[in-house]
Design a binder for this molecule. Structure first.
Ligand SMILES: NC(=O)c1ccc[n+]([C@@H]2O[C@H](COP(=O)([O-])OP(=O)(O)OC[C@H]3O[C@@H](n4cnc5c(N)ncnc54)[C@H](OP(=O)(O)O)[C@@H]3O)[C@@H](O)[C@H]2O)c1
Length: 245
């Protein structure tokens, strides 16, 4: 059984993945922005899940999440699920926080929430405001960048499985009540990759409903990946290998 952190697990796809993994007997670390927002996590906590809190748009709070997680021991897997669909927090929450957590919380299996909308995104990092003071990116941009991050981690860190998942368009708060895809299928792939019991998951790839797909060509372009890693290093002050920049 594995120890697995699921960010943004107080609702939607994150809660679904956390419930599934808890039911399978894994040691799940759930995450909410604040204790107040963790209300829907009560039953999982009663069943043994550990709670960590913090706002992922704030790098100091993200570092605080790392400290809290460390008190439970090193996670085997992290599902970088938390995300927003609009606003100034798009880049800090959807891209910077997954990078910082990847650097500060080494784990053997990493799962990043992508979207089919990454295909319409911009991969050029010139002019991106990583701090979120100004809105400089669209949702599609942020999902392309986090999908590039997943692929970059898989390329550079040969000791981890780093996967990105398109969950489909599903009826969560973000997806809206009219979303056409299956909510259950929307979190199955993330949980399956994080548990890592099936040898088919021992890879670094882009997935939809437990099948590999070819992402936008920018995702697998090493030069674009390196430009992204350089920009994130400059913004956070830490390199992917954990050293101070
Ligand atoms: N739903 C879809 O159709 C769809 C499609 C493609 C990809 N995705 C991706 O799937 C992931 C989960 O989406 P969802 O549909 O489950 O959305 P959701 O229901 O809106 O849940 C998002 C989660 O992220 C958390 N979060 C957002 N900003 C945060 C912050 N600054 N600090 C801490 N937590 C924060 C939210 O917490 P609060 O409640 O405190 O805001 C919430 O728990 C996202 O990365 C999304 O981009 C979803």
């Amino acid at each position: 059984m594995a120890r697995i952190l699921v960010t943004g697990s107080a609702g939607g796809l994150g809660l679904g993945a956390a419930r599934r993994l808890t039911a399978e007997g894994h040691e799940v670390i759930v995450h909410a922005r604040t204790v107040d927002r963790a209300r829907d996590l009560r039953s999982l906590i009663e069943r043994g899940a550990q709670l960590v809190t913090g706002d992922l748009s704030d790098m100091n709070e993200t570092r605080g999440i790392v400290e809290q997680v460390s008190t439970f021991g090193k996670p085997d897997a992290v599902i970088h699920n938390a995300g927003v669909i609009s606003g100034r927090e798009l880049v800090p929450v959807n891209v910077v926080a997954p990078y910082l957590l990847t650097v500060l919380l080494p784990a053997a299996r990493l799962v990043y929430l992508s979207s089919s909308m990454h295909r319409g995104g911009r991969s050029d990092v010139t002019g991106v405001d990583w701090s979120g003071t100004h809105a400089t990116a669209s949702y599609s941009d942020s999902k392309l960048l986090v999908t590039m991050l997943a692929a970059a981690v898989g390329r550079v860190r040969r000791d981890v499985y780093s996967n990105a998942v398109d969950p489909g368009w599903v009826p969560t708060r973000m997806g809206g009540p009219g979303a056409p895809d299956d909510l259950e299928l929307g979190h199955r792939t993330q949980a399956w990759l994080a548990a890592g019991e099936d040898p088919a998951t021992h890879t670094s790839a882009y997935w939809h409903h437990q099948r590999q797909q070819r992402p936008d060509p920018a995702v697998t372009d090493p030069a674009r990946q390196d430009a992204l890693l350089e920009a994130l290093t400059a913004h956070t002050g830490v390199r992917l290998d954990g050293t101070t920049a």
